[in-house]
Ligand binder design. Structure first.
Ligand code: SF4
Ligand code: SF4
Length: 245
């Protein structure tokens, strides 16, 4: 899992033919390489967790280095295959993959592949089994900030309006009351470790969605403030958003 995914690369806007073009016509190409790895990892996990699958699983899709290979093994593949990366870099990358994997196994104290095949599977749950009290908030390091304000735009237009702009200067600040810890700002920030996600709960309280529903705490209408309310619900203190004006 998995081989190529049917795809069209694009469309020739002047001649109205999708790519790849063969004598003026097109057909599906096969999408492969690093872009398909997240899809393939999820499928390997699905098979490995499925009680009905009792055959060895081979991981393939975007394997370029020992880390990629190890990720497949940790999610239940017992071997991996490499194709696109060899087409790019040649068979030499296999030597590097073996050396990297051996070093990883030494560091972790693993003696054979079976010691860690599927080791990440118990940590993959369905969403309703995740802890709703796990709370992280974004934190901006002013010393690293280059004041591009990409984080502000992303959170304002694509997340939870939890980043404010100061009256003076250009370094944004986090409105903690609104931050849901979605991580979007840290992904768009061009400076490494400028925005970090900081854990705020003490880790002692765990309650998942099923517990939530059983306790009657789940919102059942969009108007319910616990669901975010109509438009954007501003948690107390309600003045949180006004601070950025
Ligand atoms: S995206 Fe990063 S560097 Fe840019 S303003 Fe925000 S915190 Fe600063
Ligand atoms: S983590 Fe999400 S909600 Fe919080 S400040 Fe960043 S983008 Fe906004």
């Amino acid at each position: 899992l998995i081989n190529t995914i049917q795809s069209l690369v694009g469309v020739d806007l002047d001649n109205f033919v999708p790519y790849p073009v063969v004598d003026g016509k097109s057909t599906n190409g096969g999408y492969c390489g690093p872009a398909v790895k997240p899809i393939a990892l999820n499928m390997v996990k699905n098979c490995a967790q499925h009680r009905g699958v009792n055959i060895p699983i081979s991981g393939i899709g975007g394997v370029e280095n020992w880390r990629d290979a190890t990720e497949y093994l940790l999610l239940g593949a017992s071997n991996v295959q490499v194709c696109t990366a060899v087409m790019h870099y040649g068979f030499g990358i296999i030597r590097e993959m073996i050396a990297g994997l051996e070093s990883y196994m030494q560091e972790k104290g693993f003696h054979q592949l079976e010691d860690f095949i599927g080791k990440a599977l118990p940590n993959v749950k369905t969403w309703e089994n995740l802890n709703l009290h796990y709370e992280v908030k974004a934190h901006i390091d002013p010393a690293k900030c280059i004041q591009c304000q990409l984080c502000y735009t992303a959170c304002e237009d694509g997340a939870h309006q939890a980043i404010g702009l100061p009256g003076e200067g250009r370094i944004p600040y986090i409105i903690e009351e609104n931050c849901v810890g979605c991580n979007l700002c840290s992904l768009v920030c061009p400076v490494e470790n400028c925005i970090t996600m900081v854990r705020k709960d003490d880790g002692t309280h765990s309650e998942n969605w099923k517990d939530f529903v059983a306790a009657g705490k789940a919102p059942d209408t969009f108007e319910d403030q616990r669901a975010g309310g109509l438009g954007h619900w501003v948690p107390a203190p309600a003045s949180a958003l006004e601070r950025k004006k």
